[in-house]
Design a protein around this ligand. Structure first.
Ligand SMILES: [Zn+2]
Length: 354
């Protein structure tokens, strides 16, 4: 992969590739938009021996080592020895939660892993070495918000004044969880969610065109989410909610809802918190789509492939009833999170719109 192949956030990529990176940077933005990948590509570009700094060449020894890290970053749940903080490329180091202290992490058994003081102390020491093979050393700290307070504090001095041959890139989807003292020492670059067309472009080689477009619609701008999505389940839930909305618009009586809740798949799914939340997510997206149609912003409709059904639902609902329904769904989600019986929450939300 080259920087020229990077999809999305075009202006930001242009800005970042125009010159040299600042010594301490923060890449912030939602998961699955390529923050870590771009950080590693920029590092690889700086150390590339052939391309002259415009992109990675992909073939020189430095690029080959660096791009292995881009393609297959270190597994976070393996027992990783202390020395392996240096991965394939000695001058491009990817730090991730759970990389060190394997014994401690193993006892914890499951995420969230943290980035502890030992890891950051090692980074600190390494950051002051001159490059081994290249012109510059890069330290990319992924999920930087998982640094413990102790670890973050120990990074402050290096972050403020790294040696001239070292750059540190912190990557996070939750910049607000970083210490203000960390944030203030970094130049921040914000990544935005990708457009549907950009996501579909990413997926082109992995699935059919129709699936690409559907996945892009449900991805919220994240390639990661688009790839992980269980499309069959999502479409099944959506169809159930669409049918329910259509029945409600034709016959807005509580009996309509009660009858559907007695049948599968709702009957089983509404017994559990996760199952009911996922139906409510689907219902909320559909309600928002109907709202976009009513206020004439149809470009924002997520379920584009069901636009005719959505238009019919829109014709049968007043804006006021729709607003009541949307606030009913949001309240139901909050109640279910507080462990109120999911089926009761699901049934009563419709009472507010009748
Ligand atoms: Zn190269």
């Amino acid at each position: 992969m080259k920087i020229a192949d990077f999809i999305g956030n075009t202006r930001l990529v242009h800005l970042l590739t125009r010159g040299k990176l600042p010594p301490s940077t923060l890449f912030a933005g939602p998961d699955g938009v390529g923050k870590r990948t771009l950080a590693l590509l920029l590092a690889a570009r700086a150390d590339c021996r052939e391309s002259g700094g415009s992109d990675v060449c992909g073939t020189c020894r430095s690029c080959q080592k660096a791009l292995q890290t881009v393609v297959a970053p270190a597994s976070r749940d393996e027992n990783v020895a202390l020395s392996s903080i240096i991965q394939d490329h000695p001058d491009i180091v990817l730090v991730r939660p759970g990389l060190l202290d394997p014994a401690k992490e193993k006892r914890r058994r499951k995420p969230p892993f943290s980035i502890g003081i030992d890891t950051i102390r090692l980074l600190d020491t390494e950051a002051h070495y001159r490059p081994f093979e290249s012109r510059h050393r890069f330290f990319v700290v992924d999920e930087a918000e998982k640094m413990t307070t102790e670890a973050a504090n120990s990074l402050l001095k290096t972050l403020e004044e790294p040696p001239s041959t070292t750059s540190i890139i912190l990557v996070t989807a939750f910049p607000q969880q970083l210490l203000p003292t960390i944030r203030s020492r970094c130049q921040k670059f914000v990544f935005l969610p990708l457009s549907r067309a950009e996501i579909a472009q990413h997926l082109t080689n992995t699935t059919s065109l129709e699936n690409c477009q559907l996945r892009a619609c449900f991805s919220n701008g994240s390639v990661g989410k688009a790839l992980e999505l269980d499309l069959e389940t999502v479409l099944g839930e959506r169809d159930e909610m669409l049918t329910l909305l259509e029945a409600w618009v034709t016959r807005p009586r509580f009996q309509t809802i009660f009858e559907r809740c007695e049948k599968e798949p709702l009957r089983t799914k509404l017994r559990k918190k996760i199952g009911s939340m996922s139906f409510l997510d689907s219902l909320l997206t559909l309600c928002h789509d109907v709202y976009y149609l009513q206020v004439d912003t149809s470009k924002r409709v997520v379920n584009e492939d069901q636009i005719d059904r959505l238009r019919r639902i829109s014709d049968g609902l007043t804006l006021e009833a729709l607003r009541d329904l949307i606030s009913g769904v949001v309240e139901a989600q909050q109640d279910i999170k507080r462990n109120v019986n999911p089926r009761m929450c699901f049934e009563t939300l419709w009472l507010k719109t009748s």
